[in-house]
Design a protein around this ligand. Structure first.
Ligand code: PGA
Length: 251
């Protein structure tokens, strides 16, 4: 049985004070043994959120990283700094990074490698744009992003990686992929990892992201190949995030 992850990607929302208030509420949640909970605040709030959540079992992650220990990279944040601030996971290759900041597959693969080197867990995001989807390129795009994004990941390291399938046309648009559509792509993702790494593929966590809300979480989590979700907008409001955390999959 794969333990699911419910992950919140706060994007560029919440000041440190707002993040602190949210974390203090999260701290009061019951401990869930059958699912992992993760929040990814902006850089400026990682250390205060991780201090507050330290003994709760709730994980804290970062939304991005620069793949070098330190150096003259104005405006960037290193994996060492993230780790020291309390991050345990790092989102790599989110579609907003790929599209707005022109991150290439190659650069994303450097990030994945750097995160692993610092004993944190990368969440490698893959997913096709609307146009690629309409052109029937979903599988080829996702395969390329996986093969390139994982190219620095050895078979010893793959077991710790998390993949997030986030169709770009579903992010922030209110148009989620149907659970069946997502499940089909997740099945494909697992088959690509199986070809690259063998049977360990069956234990890799593959999350779905893109307009996950309280009213679609249960049907998404009912799909066999969906091992959790990466939630943007709905993770910013405590009540909707906790409803998502509380999805009622029969475990
Ligand atoms: P959304 O974002 O839930 O607001 O669609 C998901 C994401 O970008 O990770």
């Amino acid at each position: 049985m794969i333990k699911p992850i419910i992950a919140g990607n706060w994007k560029m929302y919440k000041t440190p004070k707002e993040a602190e208030d949210f974390a203090l509420k999260l701290k009061k949640l019951p401990v869930y043994g059958d699912r992992d909970i993760l929040v990814c605040p902006p850089f400026t709030a990682i250390s205060c959120v991780s201090r507050i959540l330290a003994d709760t079992g709730i994980y804290v992650g970062a939304q991005n990283v620069f793949p070098a220990k330190e150096g003259a990279f104005t405006g960037e944040v290193s994996p060492l700094m993230l780790k020291d601030a309390g991050a345990q996971f790092v989102i790599c290759g989110h579609s907003e990074r790929r599209q707005i900041f022109k991150e290439t597959d190659d650069f994303v693969s450097e990030k994945v490698k750097a995160v692993i080197e610092y004993d944190m867990i990368p969440i490698l995001c893959v997913g096709e744009t609307l146009q690629e989807n309409e052109n029937g390129e979903t599988f080829s795009v996702v395969r390329r992003q996986l093969e390139q994004g994982l190219k620095n990941v050895s078979s010893d390291m793959i077991k710790n990686i998390v993949i997030a399938y986030e169709p770009v046309w579903a992010i922030g648009t209110g148009k989620n992929a149907t659970p069946q559509q997502a499940n089909e792509v997740h099945t494909f993702i697992r088959s690509v990892i199986q070809k690259m790494y063998g049977d360990v593929a069956s234990s890799i966590r593959i999350l779905y992201g893109g307009s996950v809300k309280p009213d679609n979480i249960d049907s998404l989590m009912a799909e066999r190949e969906i091992n959790g979700v990466l939630v943007g907008g709905a993770s910013l409001i405590f009540e909707s995030f906790t409803r998502i955390v509380d999805f009622n999959k029969l475990m």
